[in-house]
Design a protein around this ligand. Structure first.
Ligand code: FNR
Length: 366
C-alpha cells in the first residue's frame, strides 16, 4: 500500500505483513513461545483510562522534553532493533535519518546491519543518538565497542540490555528455514543458522550475548565508558532499586517487546509496581518504558505514570520498508496523536502531567 494510505502505527505493521519477506516478517513481528507477553504489552495499555479535564485553553500544546540532556520534540525514542535491513535496504540509516528529521532519537542496536559510523552519518553531524549494548562473551570485543563510542560525540547514552541473557524461542522465526543475506556488521555478516532447532535468525544474531553478565559487571562497564548508563529490561521494583543504588542514570522498563521471557508481565504493570514500591527512583533517575506503545494516548498514559519517555519498536522497524520517509511519517502520526490526546485531556505540556495520577484511572489494573 502507498505510504499516504497509512494513518496509524498498526497500519505499518500490517503493511509489512504483506510486503515483507516471510522470513523478515517472522523475525520482526515475532516474539517468544505463545506470544503471551507480546499481546499483554499492547492490551494492558488499553486498561488505563484518562480522567480528562475540560475547558482549559488548549490552543497551544507543547510536547517537548529532554532525555539524558538531549532536547527532543516529543517523549518518544526509536528502540534498538537488530538487523534493520531485513525491513528495507536503508535499514538503520533510515531510522537515523528519519529520527533526526522528526526531532527524536534513535537508539542504535549492537547487532545493526550498518556500522556505527554509517548510522551516525545518516543524521546531521551533531545530531544525538543512543547506543544499545549487548555484552559479548568475548569481553575484549565489548571493550573495543566502548572505546570506539568514547570517540563519538554524537552518542549520548549507553543502554545496556539485560533482559535477554539467552535468546528465547521464537517459533515463527525458527519455522521459516530460509537464509537471510543480511545479518549484523557486529557478527561480520554471518548468515542465520539453519539446524535442527530451525531457521533462527534471532538465535544467530544474538548468539554472542554473555549469559554470565551480572550486576557486579556494571562497574567494569563504568570503567570503560563515560556515557550515562541506562539499564534496559528492568522488570521488577527490586531490580529498579538495584540500578539506582548502582548509580545508573536511567532504566528502561522493558520485556524486550515480548521477545524475552514469555509470561513476563506487561510493562505497564511493572511501571505501576515501581510507583508503588520504589516511588523515589523517579526523582533519582530517568525512568523509560517500551513494549506495545502504538498510540499518542499510550505515550500520554506513560508520562502520567511518571515515565520520562517511551520507546517504540516494531512499527518503526516496519516503516523502514518505506525508507526514511516511512520513519518520518510514523513519527509524525505519533506526534499528532499525542497532541490530540493532550488537548482532549486538558494537558498543555508534559511537566503538567508527568507522574500525575489525577489524569489517569488505573483501577482496572489494581
Ligand atoms: C528488538 N529489540 C531489541 N532490543 C535490544 O535491546 N537490542 C536489540 O538488538 C533488539 N532487537 C530487536 C529486533 C526486533 C526486530 C524487535 C522487534 C525488537 C527489543 C526492542 O528494543 C524493544 O524493547 C521492543 O521492540 C519494544 O516493543 P514494541 O514497541 O516492538 O512492542
Amino acid at each position: 500500500p502507498p505510504l499516504s494510505s497509512l494513518i496509524n502505527l498498526d497500519d505499518f505493521e500490517q503493511s509489512f505483513a504483506k510486503s515483507g519477506s516471510q522470513k523478515s516478517h517472522a523475525y520482526i513481528s515475532g516474539a517468544s513461545n505463545d506470544l503471551l507477553t507480546l499481546n499483554a504489552n499492547k492490551s494492558f495499555w488499553q486498561k488505563l483510562w484518562f480522567r480528562p479535564r475540560i475547558m482549559r485553553n488548549v490552543s497551544i500544546v507543547n510536547t517537548k522534553t529532554t532525555m539524558f540532556g538531549c532536547d527532543v520534540v516529543m517523549p518518544v525514542w526509536i528502540c534498538p532493533m537488530g538487523v534493520a535491513k531485513t525491513a528495507g535496504p536503508e535499514g538503520e540509516t533510515a531510522l537515523g535519518a528519519g529520527a533526526a528529521a522528526s526531532g527524536i532519537i534513535h537508539c542504535m542496536s549492537t547487532p545493526a546491519s550498518f556500522s556505527i559510523e554509517d548510522i551516525l552519518a545518516s543524521a546531521p553531524k551533531t545530531y544525538p543518538f543512543f547506543f544499545q549494548l549487548y555484552v559479548d562473551k568475548q569481553r575484549h570485543k565489548t571493550e573495543a565497542v566502548l572505546q570506539k563510542l568514547e570517540t563519538m560525540d554524537q552518542v549520548k547514552a549507553l543502554f545496556i540490555t539485560v533482559d535477554l541473557a539467552v535468546v528465547s524461542k521464537r517459533e515463527a522465526d525458527e519455522r521459516i528455514r530460509t537464509q537471510e543475506d543480511t545479518t549484523s556488521v557486529y557478527m561480520s555478516g554471518q548468515k542465520n543458522k539453519i539446524d535442527k532447532k530451525g531457521g533462527g535468525l534471532a538465535r544467530t544474531t544474538g548468539s554472542f550475548i554473555d549469559w554470565a553478565f551480572s550486576w557486579e559487571d556494571l562497574a567494569w562497564v563504568r570503567k570503560h565508558s563515560s556515557l550515562p548508563i541506562v539499564v534496559k529490561g528492568i522488570q521488577s521494583a527490586a531490580d529498579a532499586k538495584m540500578a539506582m543504588e548502582m548509580g545508573c542514570q536511567g532504566i528502561v522498563v522493558s520485556n524486550h517487546g515480548g521477545r524475552a521471557l514469555d509470561s513476563a508481565p506487561a510493562t505497564i504493570l511493572i511501571l505501576l509496581e515501581l510507583r508503588r514500591d520504589c516511588p523515589e527512583i523517579f526523582d533519582k533517575m530517568e525512568v523509560h518504558i517500551d513494549g506495545g506503545v502504538r498510540r499518542g494516548s499510550d505515550i500520554l498514559k506513560a508520562v502520567c505514570l511518571g515515565a520520562r519517555a517511551v520507546g517504540v519498536g516494531r512499527p518503526f522497524q516496519c516503516s523502514v520498508a518505506y525508507d526514511r520517509e516511512g520513519v518520518e511519517t510514523a513519527a509524525a502520526i505519533l506526534q499528532d496523536e499525542l497532541e490530540t490526546a493532550m488537548r482532549l485531556c486538558g494537558v498543555t505540556n508534559l511537566d503538567q502531567a508527568r507522574g500525575d495520577l489525577s489524569y489517569l484511572n488505573t483501577s482496572e489494573l489494581e
